[in-house]
Design a protein around this ligand. Structure first.
Ligand code: DX5
Ligand code: ZN
Length: 218
């Protein structure tokens, strides 16, 4: 397994002051940017111009999570806009292999996300094309939802498939990750942890990043 990485989501940060908000998580490994289009999920956030602006506002690499329809058309543009990692939802992708290759060709890490009801097994053969798999632990669309324990067996099965494949594929979890739930995810085999409300509702977001890291490494 790779080393533990903490990727705070700015979804629950102050959108009117994002430059200052990312400065409050200097000890994080990535900034997780939730892109929503009001079609794939019933919520709307921002697009590639915001990713471009953020990439100039922080030295941290950007982890773009695209909760959008037609990622085949739009995802490579997020790599071009400066995201170091681009995650598309496999439920929305028409040609995930071609898409992953296009993201890599733009110089970014290619990542595939699964909603809670989407199994990993049909996509096991895609692992060599991917740098990361995101197992959602809530239904995508909103921050602050309750962690779904029913996703833990899929985290375990995904870790097993990655081990069998033998490549260096990261395993990310996103949704309801907190001091209460992060150990369960780490024990199941996750190594990259998104946390939104847990980090940005804390008085000291950077101290929360460190506390989450300590729990995951324990
Ligand atoms: C949810 C987003 C998450 C969200 C996580 O659809 O993909 O990244 O920001 O927020 P919390 O950690 O509050 O569940
Ligand atoms: Zn996300």
């Amino acid at each position: 397994m790779g080393h533990i990485q903490i990727t705070p989501s700015i979804l629950n940060a102050d959108f009117a002051d994002l430059g200052a908000e990312v400065a409050r998580i200097a000890g994080a490994d990535w900034v997780h940017v939730d892109v929503m289009d009001n079609h794939f999920v019933p919520n709307l956030t921002f697009g590639p111009t915001m990713v471009e602006a953020l990439s100039k506002a922080t030295d941290l690499p950007l982890d773009a999570h695209l909760m959008i329809a037609d990622p085949d058309r739009w995802a490579p543009g997020y790599a071009e806009a400066g995201a170091g990692s681009v995650t598309f939802h496999v439920e929305a992708a028409a040609a995930p292999v071609r898409l992953a290759r296009e993201i890599r060709a733009q110089g970014a890490r290619a990542s595939m996300a699964l909603k809670p009801a989407t199994p990993i097994e049909p996509y096991a053969d895609l692992l060599p094309e991917l740098d990361m798999v995101l197992v959602m632990t809530v239904e995508p669309g909103f921050g602050g939802q309750k962690f779904l324990d029913l996703c833990l067996p899929k985290i375990r099965r995904t870790r097993e498939l990655i081990a069998r494949h033998g490549g260096d594929v990261w395993l990310q979890v996103d949704g309801g990750v907190s001091l209460e739930t992060i150990e369960r995810c780490a024990q199941a085999g996750a190594d990259v942890f998104v946390a939104g409300s847990a980090v940005y509702s804390a008085d000291d977001p950077d101290a929360m990043v460190a506390a989450l890291r300590a729990k995951a490494e324990a």
